[in-house]
Write a protein that binds this ligand. Structure first.
Ligand SMILES: O=C(O)CCC(=O)C(=O)O
Length: 364
């Protein structure tokens, strides 16, 4: 497990490096090259005019009896000065370009605010995976629209058995299994306070998020899970204020996971052969939830709605826009949603100032 996380961290860092180098190579340098080409063309035109004027003057001098060797030595003198001036200009340009590139690199690597913004909006939000929405969006395979054609709602099941679920188990059709999480003790135990105590009482729990796991602030202004769990009670319970918040994070500390797992089960209808990671995610808060995005994760996603209810908006990938339509649906308290978040864009919303808390993991 740890190796996987370290690999992932390294991958994230590589992605940042790639982004910086890509910007430098594909934006700054081409712009500079175009500028230099224009300058060279202008210089060529000017040289042509000067050459013609110079020849005319030379002919006139020769016609008036001047000697060729004096004209040649005058040209040599001017040429030497010109070459020195040009070298100076190129040297200055080189320093200028190097400074700009170094500045960009420095800003990307060392400015925590920019790094933070990029992490939220450009780089991928789940460190589980190659870490960059932009790169993923540009490089993801084109979808075969079979997955969304004719789909305008999730499949709804009342509680069902493993056998009944099997035919649908690995389908990419959004599904809601009603009341499947209703009996989990988590609905009585999990709350903001529960996670406050849990993270406070376990050594290195916060560090595990920073070093191995992931924090997703969405639109709220928190920089870390610690900030979330240490917010004032007033803010925590006052969703009507302008300061509403919604966050998610991944748990990977073994003690945190062990305690959490006392209060929920992996959905009972998932196939026995499904691979299910040890880690999980918590999403909680008010109002505007996750912004529309697609996940680059290795498996399908399940989520138990422990407290409150949530509106899900799902949309097909853009290449399927003409064949499939986006749609919304509600997941109520105690329901479990199954969604292939790798091919369905998805965002969430919590209505009416209510509080929502969910547990998520993967299977596949
Ligand atoms: O539960 C939510 O609000 C968002 C979940 C999500 O975006 C995800 O699982 O990728």
């Amino acid at each position: 497990m740890h190796n996987k996380y370290n690999e992932c961290k390294l991958h994230c860092q590589l992605c940042y490096t790639k982004m910086t180098i890509t910007l430098s190579i594909f934006v700054v340098l081409p712009l500079r090259c175009v500028e230099m080409l224009i300058e060279m063309q202008e210089e060529k035109n000017t040289k042509q005019i000067v050459r013609e004027a110079f020849l005319t003057i030379n002919n006139e001098y020769l016609r008036r009896g001047a000697q060729l060797k004096y004209l040649k030595s005058a040209v040599k003198l001017i040429n030497n000065e010109k070459t020195k001036e040009m070298n100076d200009n190129y040297f200055k340009r080189l320093i200028f370009i190097a400074t700009i590139i170094s500045l960009i690199i420095a800003i990307f690597f060392y400015n925590p605010k920019i790094d933070y913004i990029l992490k939220q909006y450009i780089y991928e939000t789940r460190c589980f995976i190659p870490n960059n929405y932009l790169i993923w969006e540009f490089t993801r395979p084109i979808s075969n629209c079979d997955f969304c054609r004719g789909i305008d709602s999730p499949l709804n099941f009342e509680n069902l058995t493993k056998e009944e679920f099997l035919p649908y188990a690995y389908s990419s059709r959004p599904m809601v299994i009603k009341n499947a999480a209703k009996s989990w003790p988590a609905s009585q135990i999990f709350s903001l306070q529960f996670f406050r105590d849990l993270y406070k009482n376990i050594d290195d729990a916060y560090t595990s998020i920073e070093e191995e796991c992931q924090f997703l602030p969405f639109k709220s202004n928190f920089a870390s899970l610690k900030e979330v769990l240490e917010m004032s009670n007033e803010r925590a319970s006052n969703p009507q204020s302008l300061d509403y918040w919604y966050v998610g994070w991944k748990n990977c500390h073994s003690d945190v996971l062990e305690t959490m797992k006392k209060y929920y089960q992996v959905p009972h209808f998932l196939p026995n052969d499904a691979e299910i990671p040890q880690t999980n995610y918590v999403f909680l808060g008010y109002d505007e939830g996750a912004i529309m995005h697609i996940d680059y994760i290795p498996r399908l996603m399940w989520q138990g709605q422990i407290i409150g209810k949530k509106i899900w908006s799902v949309a097909p990938t853009t290449e399927c826009d003409s064949e499939c339509a986006p749609f919304n649906f509600t997941v109520s308290t105690g329901d479990i949603i199954l969604l292939d978040t790798r091919i369905w864009y998805h965002g969430t919303y919590v209505e009416n100032g209510e509080f929502s808390l969910t547990i998520t993991s993967e299977y596949g």
